[in-house]
Write a protein that binds this ligand. Structure first.
Ligand code: SF4
Length: 136
């Protein structure tokens, strides 16, 4: 017997917060349906919301960080990638000052993630160069 489920959640693609039902068959994500009666979306979704499930198991999805080595992007572990980023931030800040670094956040992040990024920019790096894709 096939097990079918609808799981109510929030569309991950922008800050509007439309409600979606993720459809699963035997535990595999297979589609999206809009949530009728929801205070924001009330049964409507844009094309991104209708396809909000498509990236999850897409073969091109990046699952590990990439580091450019000898001109080619190579998969790396998170520790190596984060160490490299920290070293580069420190080097740029020492050579050119904190305002030579800027941060650009995303509507796909949660409010908490956006808060953490602006805090990191201001309190750790020492710059007010922080913006967000919703202003584009
Ligand atoms: S369905 Fe479209 S408008 Fe609604 S949250 Fe997703 S991306 Fe934004």
């Amino acid at each position: 017997m096939i097990e079918y489920k609808n799981v109510l959640t929030t569309c991950p693609y922008c800050g509007s917060g439309c409600a979606i039902h993720l459809q699963t068959l035997d535990g595999a994500l297979v589609g999206v349906l809009p949530a009728k009666g929801h205070v924001i979306s009330d049964g409507s979704l844009c094309i991104k919301g209708w396809n909000a499930h498509a990236f999850v198991n897409h073969p091109d999805r990046l699952k590990k960080p990439l580091i450019r080595k000898n001109g080619k992007l190579v998969e790396a572990e998170w520790d190596e990638a984060l160490t490299l980023v920290a070293e580069k931030f420190g080097q740029i800040k020492a050579e050119s000052g904190p305002d030579s670094i800027g941060f650009f956040s995303s509507a796909k992040c949660t409010n908490e993630e956006n808060y953490i990024l602006q805090k990191f920019a201001r309190a750790v790096i020492g710059t007010n160069n922080i913006d967000h894709c919703a202003r584009l």
